[in-house]
Ligand binder design. Structure first.
Ligand SMILES: *Cc1c(COP(=O)(O)O)cnc(C)c1O
Length: 370
């Protein structure tokens, strides 16, 4: 090979390492030849899909040969009605990840800057670097976003600020007054991306719902997903809500049929499935208590989380513990890529799945490396 196709890539892409997803169940089955694996690694909804989603998907089989509705009219209508927002501010994505990429592609280029926090979601640095822009990473405050530091980091080159509330992988969150004090100080020509992937799980009265600020701040983009509480991670569907002009810009570079008809139908069907969300939140609340209590009795520290996951500090390199848990058939998420090498992030599962994780920590194999 005479041509080096890596150095032929754009500068940003040359330096990238791919996003590392949680280990799939069937991969571990193949590797270890074991069954009965519990996956608590990707913050998926442990309840299984809503019956409404399954029903809606079945209704799409006959149209398999047709392209989906490229405008996602019915889903946008359902979102608009459910949240009380205008349809022309909604952009649908192949997962909210897609929308985050669209924002980076549309607004970032070499010479400009994107700000995000230390320990923030791994997609922000990837999207920023892929666009050739410079990442400005502000130090965390008690594992959460330091919003004052983020304001202080704004320069003439800043185009985008990424915030996750709650944040993944730390589960930390900021209040209404924190957010209001922050966004007031951000110039209008800086786009604030408020990633609310876990919003449905938060039960704190002081939690700021991004959509309530859209009227006042035209530079705000709120992103949401069907992958977490809505239980449709496999289908890849999420969206952003913003002022129509930003939505127009994002739609210019969106792939024509980025959300397929199964995802559109299922997401439309679950949008008003209040019962499913309530049940999911309840399971999460109980599971969070089950896991954090167990961590306390094991003398392990964790970062208090309002999401459907919790990061546990093992006080030493957690990789051998991760691997020993795998051999017990329990998949959690190592945090070395987030520069949190002593942590493992555990998604909240069903009661019996949480118990498998807790019991595995007391197995001889795991105890040997604890
Ligand atoms: C899981 C997650 C997302 C989105 O995932 P999609 O499946 O692409 O919608 C976005 N932001 C954060 C912080 C997440 O944890």
């Amino acid at each position: 090979m005479s041509c080096d196709f890596v150095s032929l890539a754009t500068k940003g892409v040359q330096g990238l390492t791919p996003y590392q997803p949680g280990k799939p169940v069937d991969e571990l089955e193949r590797e270890l030849g074991i069954q009965n694996i519990v996956k608590l690694a990707s913050n998926e909804n442990p309840l299984g899909p809503s019956p409404k989603a399954l029903e809606a998907i079945k209704g799409q089989f006959e149209d398999l040969t047709r392209y989906p509705d490229g405008n996602g009219f019915l889903l946008k209508k359902a979102i608009a009605e459910h949240l009380g927002v205008a349809q022309d501010g909604i952009v649908l994505g192949n997962g909210s990840n897609d929308v985050l990429d669209l924002i980076a592609q549309a607004y970032l280029e070499p010479g400009c800057e994107a700000i995000f926090s230390e320990y923030a979601f791994a997609v922000y640095p990837i999207a920023t670097q892929a666009a050739g822009a410079t990442a400005v990473v502000t130090p965390a405050n008690n594992w959460g976003h330091d919003l004052d530091a983020m304001v202080a980091a704004i320069t003439e080159k800043t185009k985008v600020i990424f915030l996750a509330n709650p944040n993944n992988p730390t589960g930390t969150w900021f209040t209404k007054s924190d957010f209001e004090g922050f966004i007031e100080q951000v110039p209008e020509n800086v786009i604030v991306v408020l990633d609310e992937a876990y919003a449905e799980y938060v039960e704190e009265p002081e939690y700021p719902k991004g959509i309530e600020y859209l009227g006042e701040y035209s530079n705000l983009v709120v992103t949401r997903t069907y992958s977490k509480a809505y239980g449709l991670a496999s289908l890849r569907v999420g969206y952003s809500i913003s002022n129509p002009q930003i939505a127009d810009v994002l739609n210019r570079i969106r792939s024509p049929f980025n959300v397929d008809s199964f995802a559109l139908a299922a997401a439309t069907a679950v949008m008003n499935d209040v019962e499913y969300i309530q049940k999911s939140v309840e399971i999460n609340r109980k599971g969070m208590a089950q896991i954090t209590l167990a961590m306390e009795s094991l003398g392990l520290d964790y970062i208090p989380s309002v999401g459907n996951f919790v990061s546990v500090d093992f006080g030493k390199d957690a990789m051998p513990i991760y691997e020993a848990l795998l051999r017990e058939g329990v998949i959690v998420r190592p945090m070395a890529a987030y520069k949190m090498p002593t942590f493992l992030r555990v998604s909240i599962g069903l009661e019996e799945e949480n118990a498998r994780f807790i019991d595995a920590l007391s197995s001889d194999a795991v105890k040997a490396v604890l």
